[in-house]
Design a protein around this ligand. Sequence first.
Ligand SMILES: Nc1nc2c(c(=O)[nH]1)N[C@H]1C(S)=C(S)[C@@H](COP(=O)(O)O)O[C@H]1N2
Ligand SMILES: [Mo]
Length: 332
Amino acid sequence: MLLKIRRPWDVRASDTTPEAHAFDRRRFLETAGTLGLGGAAGLMGCRKASAHEPAIAPSPPPPEIARLYPAGRNAAFALDRPLTDEKTFTSYNNYYEFGDGKEDPARNAHRLTTRPWAIEITGLVEKPFTIDRDELVRKIGLEERLYRLRCVEAWSMAIPWTGFPLRKLVALAKPLSAAAFLRVVSFKRPKEALAQLKPWYPWPYFEAYRIEETTNDLAFVAVGAYGKELAKQNGLPLRLVMPWKYGYKSAKGVVKLDFTDRQPATFWNALQPLEYGFLSNVNPQVPHPRWSQASERFFGPRGMQFRATQPYNGYADLVAEMYSEDSRKRSS
Ligand SMILES: Nc1nc2c(c(=O)[nH]1)N[C@H]1C(S)=C(S)[C@@H](COP(=O)(O)O)O[C@H]1N2
Ligand SMILES: [Mo]
């Protein structure tokens, strides 16, 4: 029902210029009807399922996880704006595994089986291992942080995340000194995430960061938000939160952390290299090729407001120093 309510900021997809619309091949395939049978069947299945299935209440976490909520707030991370309301956070999403539309993830993500959930640590580490997500959460513990989230499409939210610093997970992984980058990979389960049957996306979703970015204070792993476990459409069981970068760097549904010595490819950069870079730090002065990044639509508790975009999404004091070399080379 909630999903049917039209909010003032519910602009049409054609106005929001989402990442997916950048990818002309998708439109070509859709209009030209050159899909293979498998792909076409999958898409039809997807559309049907999303049109008639109501949102399904999430299953509660096991008691040893539930008792960690609400986690204590880390007061070091304050905001200059009120929080986005939870309903907006859970109903207006980008999660292309579950569809291209903003309301698709809330409708379709309930299909994802989130327990048990194994996370593989691999590549240039002392000893590769796999750890269960709940065990990882119990081992590291939880805290709450209020962060801004800025999508490259020029909308933004303010979110109370629950999770732990990515640095703590990196410490557990024990990367070798040759590890210069961290690559994260999301799940691939086309039976649960039907949009993964679309052949024009290079599934699974993959992202990557310089190693010093992963150990920066701000780099966060979220397993919850608004004082409870994440909704599946927001990345349950585990997602990254890199708030000084455009939202697509905050990968959801992560199953693998791979430490490497060479700069890895990233999902949106592989699709549209001229539109989505590797670093993707929020920068009001560098427009996207098709729209300005100077201002953003903030989803505030009383509706949408325009705000000036801040360099590094307001986190310059914590992160800008990591890029002093890049700005000298004028390549960030
Ligand atoms: N696996 C995966 N992670 C993803 C995406 C995606 O499509 N797949 N979309 C990204 C984009 S573009 C944004 S803006 C944020 C949105 O997070 P939210 O829906 O929880 O607000 O998730 C990011 N993480
Ligand atoms: Mo985004």
